[in-house]
Design a protein around this ligand. Structure first.
Ligand SMILES: Cc1ncc(COP(=O)(O)O)c(C=O)c1O
Length: 360
């Protein structure tokens, strides 16, 4: 079977060049006589790999010196607990925007440790929009303000942040990290699981403002303290060595291809291809509010619900897979992360047109 266009929401498609480099180095990494998988994480060869990955990541996002970058395990989901445990310690209160399933999980985990206030939610309309943040009431005594910057399941994305009057903004960027330039200084913590826009599952990146890596109660497990990982350069214990290596290759691929400004242009082109077509027809329905549309996860359904299953089956037969929407939304979802080429999206749009012509 040839390689397909994989529209999976995560783990997701990786740049073919990166996979080929990893394949060519799989058995004997750059004359080290062994695979990266077999190397001590404390060896000179591996130190170079992790240091370069970190530096390339810092370069891509222009991360200022007053931030620490950590490569952790436990998925983005572990951050739902680590964040309140580490930075919810002063006033034991945080404010959240609820934009979907991942926000809800973060909220319920935080509630185990601190007081949680939900300032706005789009649950009233199946999370099809990003709430208006111009009128929210930020409590200056809140330890942090939390958003999910891109909502993988529903296909919505934040395009701006409210003025939080100094309260640190925490953002789950699992599904849109590195898709566009951002101003890291607007955030207290940014975190993301690797398996959508960065590499294979297993690594979680945390960007944290250094002054937030403070003292935490004695009862917090060592592995759950940011200070443990910051003091040990993400090497307190064995890091997810191979995931970090492949993510490092992805960071180099991004740098070689013009960095985040260039990838943002391509991501916009891909998203426009799909949304422009969706807007031109009433055969398909795009349920998300136009101003809230995600450039990473594009959700749509056939107006005639009975056709959705056929769409997914026929697309797969033509080499476009994993287009089924999340079970809570139904229909289709095309995840078009950085590594999805424009050709993949063009092929999908051509297929959508042909499918429409066949069934109208
Ligand atoms: C926005 C968002 N946050 C968190 C997660 C959970 O990530 P993990 O499986 O790494 O815990 C996901 C996974 O799909 C996600 O899309």
């Amino acid at each position: 079977m040839e390689r397909v266009y994989n529209f999976s929401a995560g783990p997701s498609t990786l740049p073919e060049e990166v996979l080929k480099t990893a394949a060519s180095e799989l058995v004997n990494y750059q004359d080290a006589g062994m695979s990266v998988m077999e190397m001590s994480h404390r060896s000179a060869a591996y130190s170079k790999i992790i240091e370069e990955a970190k530096q390339d990541f810092i370069d891509l996002l222009s991360i200022p010196d007053n931030y620490e970058v950590l490569f952790l395990q436990g998925g983005a989901s572990l951050q739902f607990a680590m964040i309140p445990l580490n930075i919810g310690t002063k006033n034991k209160k945080a404010q959240f925007i609820n934009t979907g399933a991942w926000s809800k999980k973060a909220i319920s985990e935080a509630k185990k440790f601190i007081d949680v206030e939900v300032l706005a939610s789009s649950e009233d309309d199946t999370f099809s929009y990003i709430p208006d943040l111009s009128k929210i009431d930020i409590d200056p005594n809140s330890d942090y303000f939390y958003i999910t910057s891109n909502n993988t399941i529903y296909g919505t994305e934040f395009t701006s942040l409210p003025d939080t009057k100094g309260v640190p903004v925490v953002a789950d960027m699992s599904s849109n990290i590195l898709s566009k330039p951002i101003n890291v200084s607007d955030y207290g913590i940014i975190f993301a699981g690797a398996q959508k826009n960065m590499g294979p599952a297993g690594m979680t990146v945390v960007i944290i403002r250094k002054d937030l890596i403070g003292e935490v109660p004695e009862t917090v497990p060592t592995m759950l303290k940011y200070s443990t990982h910051a003091e040990n350069d993400s090497m307190f214990n064995t890091p997810p060595t191979y995931s970090i290596y492949v993510a490092g290759l992805v960071f180099k691929w991004l740098k070689e291809n013009g960095g985040l400004e260039a990838i943002e242009k391509i991501n916009t082109e891909k998203a426009d291809l799909l949304y422009d077509y969706l807007d031109s027809t009433d055969f398909y329905v795009a349920p998300v509010d136009k101003a809230s549309r995600s450039k990473m996860n594009v959700t749509f359904i056939c107006k005639d619900d009975a056709l959705n299953a056929d769409f997914i089956k026929e697309a797969a037969a033509q080499g476009m897979v994993n287009l089924k929407g999340h079970r809570s939304v139904g229909g289709m979802r095309a995840s078009i992360y950085n590594a999805m080429p424009v050709e993949g999206v063009q092929k999908l749009v051509d297929f959508m047109k042909a499918f429409e012509a066949k069934h109208s």
